[in-house]
Design a protein around this ligand. Structure first.
Ligand SMILES: CC(C)(COP(=O)(O)OP(=O)(O)OC[C@H]1O[C@@H](n2cnc3c(N)ncnc32)[C@H](O)[C@@H]1OP(=O)(O)O)[C@@H](O)C(=O)NCCC(=O)NCCS
Length: 151
């Protein structure tokens, strides 16, 4: 039922970036600072999508194209009270479509090895686990590289 009220849209409104920053700080131990988010937006103006529920931003995703054909998801988060309602899936599906339309042949991302919830989430959406990158994060944790191939 809630599903009908979820709207996925581009980042555009005044206050969207602040909403993203608030979610980022609630969801990650090592959040992207505002300066980095702003830089990403300058470099990739259409790389951000937000999920809106009843007019409120409750999640976001950042996805970019690198080297012409390689999609890369840099971040995704859904505000904790709104999880397990399909919002993260809606964000990913929309971003996968967008990256494909921009020429991506595949998409990759890195996820903390201990983030079993996110790994499960991506596996369910058709991503595969590839290699591990040791010491990828500042605190020394390894990343698992996951990839998605368009069919
Ligand atoms: C990962 C995240 C974006 C998922 O968002 P979400 O809106 O809850 O995802 P969905 O409701 O679309 O979940 C789809 C499916 O993914 C799987 N899934 C999602 N969260 C899960 C969890 N905590 N544990 C196990 N499986 C999970 C389930 O199969 C779920 O389907 P179900 O609810 O019918 O069982 C969200 O948990 C989040 O913001 N986490 C913190 C930030 C983060 O870790 N981002 C990824 C960094 S790489």
């Amino acid at each position: 039922m809630t599903q009908q009220l979820i709207k996925i849209r581009d980042l555009k409104r005044e206050g969207d970036m602040q909403a993203i920053l608030d979610i980022e700080y609630r969801c990650f131990p090592d959040p992207y600072p505002l300066s980095l988010l702003n830089r990403l937006r300058e470099m990739h103006p259409d790389g951000f999508l937000v999920a809106e529920l009843d007019g409120e931003v409750v999640g976001y995703i950042i996805g970019v194209i690198r080297w012409g054909a390689s999609g890369h998801i840099l971040a995704i988060a859904v505000d904790p009270p709104y999880r397990r309602r399909g919002i993260g899936s809606a964000l990913i599906v929309n971003m996968l479509d967008r990256l494909k339309a921009k020429g991506a042949k595949g998409v990759r991302l890195e996820v903390r090895k201990s983030n079993f919830a996110a790994r499960q989430f991506y596996l369910g959406l058709g991503f595969n686990e590839r290699e591990e990158i040791p010491y990828y994060y500042e605190d020394g944790e390894a990343a698992v590289v996951m990839t998605y191939g368009y069919h």
